[in-house]
Design a protein around this ligand. Structure first.
Ligand code: ANZ
Length: 841
């Protein structure tokens, strides 16, 4: 669409098109009559569940919302036109830190900020003409919602999937709360950017790792339905490594220590042993070491605590470590392996200890070279013999031999390739009960407790005798206390702990005094199952009735930003699988199809308040009206692409809508007139749109759909002005089809057209007519005739003409004869019905 010119800008007023008046009129009727409410249980139509990721009430709606909810609305409206019972709900993800921080800043209640923003966003959505089912609105910060988070927590607890443990967690010193691994980006707090440190704390976790295999394997079922990059990001995040657990005896210690290795085949090449300095094992080993070692270890540990996980994993920094003065015994050859503490080994991956094989692992080699430890090659990787093993010596080259090859210096494994050697070693270890096949995941359990106020209270009670028991179900929800008198400022412990009346309770078993758990849940718990709550948002007997889940879920079409590719989607997939195992849902993936929309950007950069390059949704909406904004955004480019606001033409969109409405006004053929004798070309175009529109919407090619609507509006205009005129019934037919299809993008204008054309509202509920197959056949085609590469004639021919017949027509054509001027045709190439190509040389 072209850019603004001064004459364009005046177009709407001249044509008498008043988008604001039309919009107000139809929004009022929708509000009064509620036509977009999902049908009840007795609705016989097939069902479609369309969902856009629910918004966080951070302030006014912005251009990202304008895009996201436009796309889901197009799909929702489309399925209604295809005679489906559509559920298109809206709710708010309304717990979380920004509300709490705003409240701290202003000494107010987070509720005020939250619900005021929600009201504002609701009004924005109404004004944008989104066809939500407004009877199902939910807010996760309502006790009616979060009591079911508590219910869910307790179900997980019963199943051993919610548990407390002490471990080194990510701690944001600024927000004074723990963060899940997923909320740490490049070593910094995702929310505030502060550098995250490790702190040892006892916290609540969900045992998502129990589901790691299923979460990974089931991604295959989503192939082709989810963006492949999201599938890849999920796979990497789960990170399955297959190998073996190997038990090592430690001199002077009874219990064995297990390590995980993806290369058990290289066990004969192990020359030292490394433990994570911040692991319990390191502390235990150091405790029994001589005083000087203990001191060196402690100093090192203090140093390590300052490193982020990213720093620790980066390969290009000098290796550091401390020899602990202890030895592990290689189970296959009884060699003594010195034990080091070094920070390149992470405490919470595998078992927090590794057998180091410097010849075949780069990090181990770097370490061995730094501390002059032995290197023993056990895989001959010379392969095609271009270089000798001596030339490849890792000690000299500094490059570990990580490639495949034949085993050497490995006793019974000698001569084997990697796969057989791994299998052979595992069999040997199993025989000796010194190891076994094992799989390790990068995925960690989900840390769900937060030391903040504005979230779901964890429904557990700490008793005097140190038991931790669930709050009895009939006492749920545990609601948040009044904020008056509470200091919400982050201080390392939950502010709820200071709400004395609230935190004091009784032991459900004995009636003795007890304390509530003062922590609240990660808000990703709220969003892990909200799509099910929309099925019965007011139910006070169940989170969701399983019968409704069977009816509506999984979600057929889910759309949202790629920033949720890992966290939200992984958690929702996990909880869905848990609910499946509880027998509450009969599917185990929540979202059957997923689309990530691009961003609305300006001058090539993401819009942001701090950069001051925001295009404000509300301003644009007030200036141009909803339909203009909707058409302009839908037309701006493919759904997945970023759209630069410079390429979004509201002027072009307004002109198009004005033209469409004027076309409806011009129609003079009576309603119900048979279009059969109307303008054939216009009818073919109309029916082609009807035939193609479903595919265009289902493949989310909304920009192409708008282009096709524009084409049909232009063609109709031509018939009205310079063809058969406004009385041609084909003109009415075209205008009616435009109204019905345009509704998905520009519903207010479409309703107006529909009414102008003499129909009862709502076009939004009108089922699209079938395309007439007879009109989809291309009746005639234009063939070009070339002679020696130059076009000499065009012929109108039947679209299904045979090659011979086309060639004969071309040879007989007078213009062709003239051009040939008596020369002979040596060769004819015919591609019916489009091209005949003669050569005379
Ligand atoms: C011996 C070995 C020899 C290894 C070899 C690799 C190559 P992925 O693939 O990422 O799962 N490892 C195990 N636990 C670790 C920890 N807590 N911190 C750092 N590294 C750890 O990596 C698995 C490999 O990473 C394991 O296999 C182990 O080194 C190391 F030629 O064992 B390997």
């Amino acid at each position: 669409m072209s850019q603004t010119t001064s004459t364009d800008a005046a177009a709407p007023a001249e044509s008498g098109f008043d988008p604001h008046a039309i919009q107000a009129k139809w929004q009022q009727r929708w509000e009064a009559q509620d036509p977009f409410r999902a049908g009840g249980d007795d609705d016989p139509r097939p069902r479609k569940y369309v969902l856009a990721m629910f918004p966080y009430p951070s302030g006014d709606l912005h251009m990202g919302h304008a895009e996201n909810y436009l796309y889901s609305d197009i799909v929702a409206r489309y399925w209604r036109h295809r005679d489906h019972n559509v559920l298109n709900p809206i709710g708010w993800d309304s717990f979380g830190l920004p509300a709490e921080n705003a409240a701290i800043k202003r000494g107010a209640d987070p509720r005020e900020w939250t619900y005021a923003n929600i009201a504002q966003q609701k009004a924005g959505f109404r004004q944008y003409g989104v066809s939500f089912d407004w009877s199902r609105v939910l807010h996760t910060s309502d006790p009616e919602y979060y009591r079911w988070n508590q219910w869910l927590f307790q179900r997980l607890y019963e199943r051993g999937l919610a548990y407390r443990k002490s471990s080194a967690v990510n701690w944001c010193p600024n927000d004074q709360t723990v963060l899940a691994n997923e909320q740490v980006v490049d070593g910094r707090c995702e929310r505030c950017g502060a550098e995250v440190v490790k702190k040892k704390l006892t916290q609540w976790y969900f045992r998502i790792t129990d589901y790691a295999d299923r979460l990974l394997d089931d991604l295959d079922t989503l192939e082709g339905h989810w963006p492949s990059r999201v599938l890849q990001m999920q796979r990497n995040w789960i990170g399955r490594s297959v190998g073996a657990d190997i038990d090592f005896q430690i001199e002077g210690r009874d219990e064995k220590v297990t390590v995980f290795s993806t290369r058990p085949d290289t066990l004969y090449g192990a020359t030292f042993f490394v433990v994570a300095p911040d692991s319990d094992l390191a502390a235990e080993l150091a405790a029994e070491a001589p005083a000087d070692v203990r001191m060196r270890f402690q100093a090192y540990l203090d140093d390590v605590a300052k490193q982020t996980e990213i720093q620790r994993q980066s390969t290009d920094r000098p290796k550091t470590g401390v020899f602990l003065g202890r030895y592990a015994i290689n189970p296959v050859n009884d060699e003594r392996l010195p034990i080091w503490a070094a920070d390149y080994v992470l405490a919470d991956y595998g078992h927090g200890a590794v057998m180091a094989v410097p010849a075949h692992d780069q990090r181990d080699l770097d370490f061995a070279r730094a501390f002059d430890l032995p290197v023993k090659v056990v895989v001959d990787t010379t392969g095609d013999g271009e270089q000798t093993l001596d030339e490849l010596d890792p000690v000299v080259t500094g490059v570990a031999l990580v490639g495949e090859g034949r085993m050497i210096a490995s006793g019974p494994l000698d001569g084997l390739g990697k796969k057989d050697a791994i299998a052979g070693m595992i069999a040997e270890l199993e025989k000796r009960q010194g190891g076994r096949a094992a799989t390790t995941f990068r995925l960690r359990d989900w840390l769900i407790s937060r030391q903040r106020f504005w979230g779901t209270p964890i429904p557990m009670v700490h008793t005097e005798d140190q038991r931790i028991v669930p709050v009895p179900e009939d006492q749920l929800p545990v609601t948040l206390p009044d904020v008056t008198g509470l200091d919400l400022k982050p201080k390392g412990a939950s502010p709820l702990g200071a709400a004395t009346d609230w935190v004091t309770t009784t032991d459900p078993d004995t009636g003795a005094p007890a304390r509530r758990d003062p922590d609240t849940m990660d808000t990703f718990v709220d969003s892990s199952w909200y799509f099910l709550r929309f099925l019965s948002p007011t139910s006070d007997t169940a989170a969701f009735p399983p019968a409704q889940a069977a009816r509506w879920a999984p979600v057929d079409f889910y759309i949202g930003g790629v920033e949720h590719a890992i966290l939200h989607l992984l958690y929702a997939r996990f909880i869905t699988k848990v609910l499946h195992d509880m027998g509450l849902v009969d599917f185990d993936e929540p979202f059957s199809s997923l689309i990530n929309q691009g961003m609305v950007i300006l001058d090539g950069a993401a819009m942001s308040k701090s950069k001051g390059n925001l295009v404000l949704f509300q301003e644009e909406l007030d200036a141009h009206g909803a339909d203009t904004l909707r058409v302009a955004l839908a037309f701006a480019g493919p759904v997945e692409d970023d759209k630069d606001w410079n390429d979004v033409s509201t002027t072009g969109a307004t002109k198009f809508l004005a033209r469409a409405l004027r076309m409806a006004h011009d129609v003079t053929a009576a309603a119900g007139a048979s279009a059969a004798d109307g303008d054939g070309a216009l009818r073919r175009l109309t029916h082609r749109l009807l035939a193609d529109a479903p595919g265009l919407v289902e493949q989310t090619k909304f920009n192409v759909l708008v282009a096709r609507l524009m084409e049909l509006v232009n063609a109709t205009r031509k018939t009205i002005d310079t063809g058969a005129g406004p009385a041609d019934p084909a003109v009415r037919e075209a205008a009616e089809v435009v109204a019905q299809v345009l509704d998905v993008v520009a519903p207010h204008t479409a309703e107006e057209m529909w009414e102008v054309l003499g129909h009862e509202p709502f076009v939004g509920l009108a089922v699209w007519p079938q395309a007439d197959p007879a009109l989809l056949v291309e009746a005639s085609a234009t063939a070009i005739v070339q002679i020696d590469g130059k076009v000499r004639a065009t012929l109108e021919v039947p679209a299904d003409i045979a090659g011979d017949a086309l060639e004969a027509l071309a040879r007989d054509d007078a213009r062709v004869q003239r051009s040939l001027a008596g020369r002979d045709i040596h060769r004819a190439v015919v591609r019916a019905p489009k091209v005949v190509s003669f050569s005379t040389k």
